[in-house]
Design a protein around this ligand. Structure first.
Ligand code: V47
Length: 354
């Protein structure tokens, strides 16, 4: 049976079939992904009102793709005091944010109390806000730096008020590519193990994939299949987020960057391979807003959120430094023919913006 028939039958596809999907013309592939999206979400596109906070850029690791770390091309190290992080969260809450998304670098001078204490202080000040924080890469760093079990750290996260985990640090699971782009960072196996342990606590997380640099289509599919296997066991992933590689101010030499077609195909293939992860996020910060809006027709049903401020991808050229006003967000989703639905961090619907 050919891959189109198999997808239409709702059958699971493997590596060779997913590679064959990439060979389809964009419209055929898009239609398959759109049909799958409609079954799950009709014309709804989810977003949340959130505030990204990146509390330190001091990092002991050296990822070639990173433009954010202070030890590299960016000469301005900073570490926000906990009071400043709480004040930032409070201001965001007053502006309507329901989630703080907190991702940092791996700062060996900040101390474990700083890493975990910020969550406790935020929750004390704002018991209703959802804290999405600590990537598996940060958790692995804390475990190595302070000689703690992963379990101890995950338990402390829960005790200190972390509600869910973001999907960062996954990059590309293929060991050879990973070794080249981010040697020394959390291994693929460890990344998956940390998420498994988090899911075992009844908690949810996201999964990212950094693509459009030196990886091949097969590496992307391998990444998706490893996630699909874990999701079969735990069901703990809420959302998959293919992050488009941003090329500025870093040390990863890339010969050719993905076209809009390749980005859309990757979205569509993600939707079809990851048949057990309900949400596919076209993260507008890295895909650009216009392509993210088109990606809604290629399987994506989530656009992240208003962000308000973001430093990691913005340092590498993304247009996310100042977020996106809520009115613009809603207007753009509506104008592109979809129904904006404000969600909470766990994908419960809060408001349908008709
Ligand atoms: O893992 C770093 C990426 C990630 C670059 O869970 C880059 O909802 C593109 O975790 N080009 C961290 N990307 C961000 C993250 C995240 C973002 C949005 C939503 C969610 C979620 C999580 O930022 C890192 C890395 O892959 N990143 N440098 C770059 N040059």
């Amino acid at each position: 049976m050919d891959v189109v028939a198999k997808v239409k039958n709702g059958e699971r596809i493997g590596m060779d079939e997913a590679l064959a999907l990439y060979e389809l013309d964009l419209f055929t592939l898009g239609r398959l992904a759109d049909e799958r999206r409609k079954v799950l979400h009709e014309k709804k596109t989810y977003f949340n009102i959130n505030r990204h906070i990146n509390p330190t850029n001091v990092c002991k690791d050296v990822c070639k793709f990173c433009a954010y770390s202070a030890s590299r091309k960016n000469p301005n190290p900073y570490t926000m005091p906990i009071e400043e992080i709480v004040t930032t969260a409070k201001k965001a809450y007053e502006h309507g944010a329901k989630e703080v998304h907190i991702v940092s670098a791996h700062n060996p001078d900040a101390g474990i109390e700083w890493y975990l204490g910020m969550f406790k202080s935020i929750k004390e000040a704002l018991p209703d806000i959802h804290i999405k924080a600590l990537t598996a890469a940060e958790i692995n760093f804390l475990s190595e730096e302070y000689n703690l079990d992963i379990d101890e750290i995950l338990d402390s996260m829960v005790e200190n008020g972390v509600d869910s985990m973001p999907g960062g640090g996954a990059e590309i699971f293929d060991e050879k590519i990973r070794d080249y782009i981010c040697k020394g960072k959390v291994s693929s196996q460890k990344w998956l193990e940390i998420h498994r342990k988090w899911h075992e606590r009844g908690k949810k997380s996201n999964a990212t994939m950094l693509f459009g640099h030196i990886e091949s289509r097969a590496h992307r599919i391998d990444h998706m299949l490893r996630l699909r296997n874990l999701q079969d066991e735990t069901g703990g992933f809420n959302c998959f987020i293919p992050l488009v590689y941003q090329r500025e101010n870093n040390f990863l030499k890339v010969e050719s960057f993905p076209t809009g077609q390749e980005i859309l195909k990757t979205m569509a293939v993600s939707r079809l391979v990851l048949d057990n992860i309900p949400n596919l996020k076209a993260y507008w910060a890295t895909a650009t807003i216009n392509l993210a809006l088109i990606a809604q027709e290629y399987g994506a049903n989530d656009l992240d959120g208003t962000i308000e401020r973001e430093s990691i991808q913005a340092a590498a050229g993304a247009g996310s430094a100042h977020g996106m006003p809520l009115e613009d967000f809603i207007h753009l989703i509506k104008d592109s023919g979809f129904i904006p639905v404000e969600r909470d961090s766990l994908y419960n619907e809060l408001k349908v913006w008709r």
